[in-house]
Design a protein around this ligand. Structure first.
Ligand SMILES: [Fe+2]
Length: 252
């Protein structure tokens, strides 16, 4: 891979508010020119395989969650970052003042890695106080791996859908550091919300969409919900349904 000088980079990103230093803080010197280790390619193949199995309904959503989190706990972050195609990433440099900023990227070719992975992926960039705002999901399995920064992560089980509310139950509520991870499915920890406690926080995200769920005709999508709802018995919350704009104003 051709090495980029700092000047070339800054020139290319002119007009963007995501600066060299923000991306540099993610990649440090790891991403530049090192050979990829075969073990990283094999790791990517394993994440892809279990995601394909999920699409093919060979594994259940909660098993995908377990396996992906196990794989996330094994990978070294510097090796994972070496897989990220930096050239592609630098084309979409724009970090929003509020909310999450989604950075799109491709994986580099690596020994043992599939040419196409069976999951969608992105990197979220957040500064202090920005959030991946609270939302649930329909027909989706998704997982987060913290790459950099500290975040306050919360998950909720989605127990019941009502016309204007969801009945939810807090399941995870703690600080997340680099290397830590969590996951979502239709059946477990369906709602998540991550607030950055530090500037230059980055989250690696994978997702598998369009999963079939017997007994429901809901479209594949995010479901926006405000977890600060009415506390009801058994530690549950009657959380109002909401929308991106409203939640972004409140939590973004
Ligand atoms: Fe999500």
């Amino acid at each position: 891979m051709e090495k980029l000088s700092r000047r070339e980079f800054t020139g290319g990103a002119l007009g963007s508010v995501l600066t060299w230093s923000l991306l540099e803080t993610l990649f440090e010197n790891e991403a530049f020119g090192d050979d990829l280790k075969p073990i990283t390619g094999k790791w990517l193949a394993e994440v892809s395989e279990v995601s394909q199995d999920l699409k093919d309904e060979k594994v259940k959503q909660v098993i995908w969650q377990e396996k992906v989190e196990e794989l996330f706990s094994k990978v070294r972050l510097d090796e994972l970052l070496e897989l990220v195609d930096f050239e592609r990433l630098r084309k979409n440099l724009k970090i929003k003042a509020k909310s999450e900023t989604s950075l799109r990227f491709n994986f580099k070719k690596a020994e043992g890695a599939p040419s196409r992975v069976a999951f969608g992926k992105q990197i979220f960039a957040l500064n202090k106080g920005n959030s991946v705002i609270p939302h649930g999901h329909n027909n989706m399995a998704t997982a987060f791996l913290i790459l950099k920064g500290e975040l306050h992560g919360r998950h909720f089980d989605r127990l019941e859908d009502q016309p204007k509310h969801l009945i939810i139950k807090p399941t995870i509520d703690r600080k997340f550091k680099p290397g830590e991870h969590s996951s979502v499915s239709d059946y477990k920890d369906n709602i998540h919300w991550f607030e950055a406690l530090t500037d230059n926080s980055f989250i690696f995200n994978i997702h598998v969409l369009g999963l079939k769920r017997p007994g429901t005709k809901l479209p594949t999508s995010r479901v926006y919900v405000d977890p600060e709802g009415e506390k009801i018995k058994g530690g549950l919350i009657r959380a109002p349904r909401s929308n991106f704009r409203e939640l972004n104003r409140k939590y973004g």
